[in-house]
Design a protein around this ligand. Sequence first.
Ligand code: SF4
Length: 753
Amino acid sequence: MNPGTYTVAVRALCEFGARQGDLDLRFTPSPSAQEGIEGHGKVTAKREVGYQREVRLEGDYQELHVKGRADGYDPERQQIEEIKTYRGEVSAIPANHTQLHWAQARVYAHLQCQQLALSEIHVALIYFNVDTQKETQLVEIETARSLSVFFSALCETFLAWAKQELAHRKERDLAYKQMAFPHPTFRTGQRELSEAIYKASNRGCALLAQAPTGIGKTIGSLFPMLKASAEHQIDKIFFLAAKTSGRQLALHAIETLQGNLPPRSLRSLELVAKTNACEFPDNACHGDSCPLAKGFYDRLPEARTAALQVPSLDQQQLRSVALAHQVCPYYLSTEMAKWCDVIVGDYNYYFDLNAMLYGLTVSNGWKTGLLVDEAHNLVARARAMYSAQLSERQFRAVRKQAPGVLKKSFDRLQRLWNQLEKNAESDYVVHATLPEKFCMALLTLCADMGSYCADHPTLVSPELQQFYFDALLFNRLCESFDDHSIVDVTLAGGDAILCIRNIVPAPFLKARFAATHTSTLFSATLSPWNYYADLLGMPDSTAWIDVDSPFSPEQLSVNLIDTISTRYADRRNSLMPIVALMAAQYQETPGNYLAFFSSFEYMDQVAGVFQERFPEIAVWTQTRRMDEEARRNFLANFTDASQGIGFAVLGGAFAEGIDLPGTRLIGAFIATLGLPQINPVNEQIRQRMQQLFGTGYDYTYLYPGIQKVVQAAGRVIRTTSDRGVIYLIDDRFGQQQIRRLLPAWWKLSDQSA
Ligand code: SF4
């Protein structure tokens, strides 16, 4: 790109300049992406020979370079076509959506006139109903001159903004190039990580970085990515975290970096869930219901300009700008995602089925740098994003109150559901393929519900709406069903749950990584790397780095207790030896400890015996379903001056993501290998992993288990001055294949209890 030229996609240009009035996200069930593609295909398939599809067009206006792809062009009729799919009535499409569609059609028409030197053109806006297959053509005849006037006016509304964007970009890149590391020195391992991230960007590849706690990964990843963005013309950096705490660390690191940069040269944005950002949770997102949606697009330009003056748009800052301009904070944040340099948010903003940041990346052709924090969580999170389930009990309840017009399709699905139940030979059944008749009936029901919801938006009950959304997701996953997922039926408590269960998210995530210029996934536990690369769909060119720990083996005494078995059958016999071991360690070095177990049941048994035998030692116990406050209270027991043992469950709220430096935590007892339970679902996963990768047991049980053990053990040493002890309690910890999965810097000593 010419540095003095600003490239903008047709859609983005129109969204900027041609939207007015209310935000209107009234319940309009839009077609899925697949239905949209099919709808476009059906419309263009009916056109005459010679019809041109997906016509690439571009043109310039002063510093602006505008480009995009028109849906179709009919040379015979000299007609440019913009095709939109919808459900319900054409007349129900909100006016500001239609305005936007016309603007896009006219811009393409102008670009086509320029390209073919036409003096006049037919501009067609075509609405295709995916349910009735009805095509509605709205056609106007425009002169090249009037289109040119329209295009110029639209570009003018954007030009001043584009100029400030160009100026910002120039200033920002210069500032990043000159920016010094914000601390006097890099910590051990931090430079290594930073260099690897920069090099990955230089090569335009992905990186899996196993980097231990305590090296300053957040700033150590953002700093090189900013440098790289200046050198490698990266448009946006996405920093994605699994939890709120990770987002907070990133925002804090960004503030530190901003301290080293000219004001406003680094624009950052925090994305939070709509439910957390919404000011009127009982209202709907349209002008008749929510005052912040009323006239949203009329007030957006000023709100947008004001927001740009705030360098760190965290949730609070963004909210105050939004409220000062009476616009919805959530939708202002989605707008600001287009104009900020670093965006901090949850994984789902880039990875899930309808991910906003991914959508913007593709539609705007952004060059992006992706940073994924605590990336060991991504496997489980992505599996959940690409799984869906339907409950027969919920379906039955919705069917009872469904409107008469839907009765036939509801009844048909109920019959097929009964059949699924009847044919189930046990409480858990895996189907080799999708139950075809059921899926077809669900598809029909969805189409009928879609039309009903579009025609009667005010009569749709929340239950029907919820079932409709669940069914739509299920349908979408049916479309992409393959050996990356299984389909199963679970019968429990009078309910039958039909589930599409994703096991390998790689096929879904592949395109997400491919769309970035560079991606780095980092975590203290990312080994073995092939497990993550295989399951997440990392590109073949992905680099791998295992960053040295800043901690010395002398800081941590790691004891393997291979005389105790924590297997289910041996648990009763393990209670006394574990209690004795814990008490002995505590009596030798009193202080704060955490003890981890495979289940609440096991934890309660050990805690019960411990309290009975050693009532003088303080014990804090994790309970099921602790809320945020209860968790805070649990952690508040661990002070610099306190002494006691916290009993917790491995893989739970206290086994990762908590920071108890110094004497707040001096040791951990891990009385489990962390292996996921052997149950019918996990056994199915094991078989599929075996079939796909030849590593059924390791990918299903061993690696996820040991990853949890290492995460939990990682709570003990948080700084270079910490000292601590870990007890790994189970005879299997002595096995070579398990020992080699433990961090290289640990010095293991075998002990008998
Ligand atoms: S404030 Fe809430 S209800 Fe209003 S537009 Fe925003 S998200 Fe929708």
